[in-house]
Design a protein around this ligand. Sequence first.
Ligand code: FES
Ligand code: FES
Length: 949
Amino acid sequence: MFLKKITLTINGVDRMIICEPEKDSLADVLRRIGLTGVKVGCGTGVCGACSVILDGEVVRACVRRISSIKEYSEITTIEGIGTPQHMHPLQVAWMNYGAVQCGFCSPGFIVSAYALLEKNQNPSREEVRDWFQRHRNVCRCTGYKQIVDAVMAAAKVLRGEATVEDITFKLPEDGNYYGKPLVRPAAPAKVCGLADYGEDMAMKMPAGTLHAVIVQPKISHHANILRIDTAEAEKMPGVVKVVTHKDVQGTNYLNLATSSKRSTSTQPAHIIFAYDKIYRYGDSIGAVVADTEENARAAAAKVKVEIEQLPEYLSFLDAVMPDAIRVHEDTPNICVVQPVLKGAGLEKPAAVGEIIDKADFQVEGSFYSSRQPHLSVEGDTVQAYFDAEGVMTVHCKAQVIGANIQNIAKAIGLPNEKVRIVMNHTGGSFGWSMNGASYAIAAACAMAVENPVALHFTYEEHQLFSGKRSASFSNSRLACDKDGKIVAAQFDIGLDHGAYQDAESLVNRPARFFYFPYNVPNIAGLSRLANTNQTFGVAYRGFGAPQAYTAGEAMMDMLAEKAGVDPFEFRWRNIARTGETNINSYPFYEYPMEDMMNKMRPLYEKAVAEAKAADTPALRRGVGLAWGGYNVSSGPADSAKVAIELNPDGTFTKYDTWQDVGQGGDIGSLMVTLEALKPLKVKPDQVRLVQNDSGTSPISGSSSASRMHFMTSIATKLAADQLMDAMKKADGSWRTHGEMVAEGIATKYEAEHSNTTFEGLSNLDPNTGIGNPTPAYNYSLYLAEVAVDTASGKTTVLRYTCVDDVGVIGNIDVLDGQVYGGNSHSIGFALSETYEDPDEHTNLYKAGVPYIKDIPDEMPIIHLENPRKENPFGSSGASENYQSGGHVSVINAIYNACGVRIYDLPATPEKVKAGIEALAAGKKIEPPGPYFLGSDLFETLEDYLANPV
Ligand code: FES
Ligand code: FES
């Protein structure tokens, strides 16, 4: 190893650095000297998280070799721009304009914006967008809109047209905080580069910590393992141990929580280290633990694996063919199903088909939705160690701490109480970090070597290892009468759940959100989950709903056209009105659909007129609509625990595991705590949050299913009421902490809310799909306005409007951030994102992440706020609403623009162009399918009715 000394002028001072000039990147050396505000996400130059300013220019430090940098170059990192005590206006604006969510991208963006404002203090919004596009700054959370807002606000301050105070949210003096844009408690650390994410934690662990990487053979999607040879790897420099399944002291798999009586699954939710079989390309067969990550990686490459190749089933359609072998020997490839029957379908499923046949108008279509990758800017990294009490402590991105503990404990062979999970700052997840396989690997390694371990993944390894949204194939038929009223629908959807059963409750979501929120009197539907050799299906915002809307909302447009009715009017005629039921035969709760459409109607009419006026042969303009909506909570058995404590100084501590994956678990908890303690006139700086550490906080459940705000706010109110009851004196004044202690009154109160306290909730019946698993819904209606370039087939979304109802708003900036972020994922899902080829889709760029110019700057939002009666603050949950049906508004807009109906997502330029050319040649674009999804729909449904479980 040859080292070199170099002096760089970093953040205004000369710093002498010893480095490996041909190996070290600029990011490596900056991070090594403690400037960990330089975040490394992709590590391959495509995300901008590592942006720094080098001699006046923004560079991506992860791909800049130190050897290419001359002595005394001037470098500015986020640490040189501002500190918590002396923030730059950009940092203030980032916090106050909703530009920080997970915050992993924030330092890179702020540095990039700083360089822009050095050159141009008065940029237009488009110039700001051009700048971030050029410098490849990716934000996966915010949808970019609030980031541009923040730059514009900071620029005003720099020009002297506003003060820092002007761009800082002022707390209302009346104590009415709920709904207001209070700043996230973690925001100052995030915008100053001081929030330590996983790799930062790893760097800052004590000397003696070992480093692990997984052994990922990447040689087959499906194979029997004949031999694993670790001999050469064991001899590599620095290697402490090659850990395989033999070293795992537990079951070596994550448990499956079977959720359905029609589940035939006995397989694991995830294998920790594969040993007899490779089930998918990203499987790991072990991990190398060494003194450095580099040595571990070199040794991992020396592990040899001999296999016997098996047939690879890379789509649902292949895995359900009659001659397909089983992916898991003890489980049929179609492993979970959920029927949905309503009206005539309840008597005889085939009767629904007959109604459709006889109706005035009917359409049918088959659709594919892709294996959408989450593409958080931060990948995966985990630390594990035994504490002084012998508790295995795992620092990670856990999104469901309670369940993750149970899973890990069994997998590695420890009792639950001997496993503690602490959540690191998390640079995005959107669902993948619900799965605890990497947490278990880190813990297994630490146990095997009896030493603290930091487990590292490259972004490519993380892409391969983590789950994705399940791809789907669906067939549907829909019919209406001569007045355009829907009379019946049938659907059959197959979800490719990949190699493992991480989240089989997925099967229920299409069975609830097909044709939501319409009144469909007769239904025969079936949702099926199959194992394939793809990477496993895992939670992703919207979990199972987008797959249903992909078909349902396209079919609505198709039937509207067949019936000669405008798509808006057709939806208007068919939305559910008070008393009408959803496809599971239960009423909707709030029926805000008419009000929402009334808000949207003038915007739609204006958009149609504008599109008509601007349409040209070269640039076709179109508008598209789609409904969306989602459930709130994980179902009838869901529960959440929190605690609130009065501190000696009169302040309060709130304890919970509102896991913050960027959505705002900290500010959410603060908002509901302030509201619950309102009679005490508590101010935000009087609440300390102790969160996301199972050693200190009660378990509040998963940050998923749009449940956290709804569930924990009820629990928070219960805890606050108990505390306030205890504090209240007979004369109506409040006891101090000292008085309570003196009187022997407890100062800390834990409370649990369970959905079992609600009457009438039920899981879907496994034979009919009748049931009401949610205590509330959220609703959204989308309008996409697009331009299609007929020469290239490229679609640009010009404006994307959302009208929603998620109940009473908890924090407007945070909620809007969820809307914009969900919009950006929906647009990506519609147009570019995919994970079909693991060798190709290895990073954010290659998997189609939208950059800023792919997302419109105009994203109007109209919130309706019908109070939810089951929540003390009138709120529901929100997040998943915004990634439910919106993507289909883009697909419908493409059709409206150029007549090309895209049946398989994403609508890439190639597909759209091929459609345009086909139409120009006078060819009709026929829908694919119907797909063979395992058996005849009606026969299967009738069999289930005849043989109920
Ligand atoms: S561009 Fe450097 S970490 Fe992504
Ligand atoms: S806030 Fe930008 S990636 Fe999360």
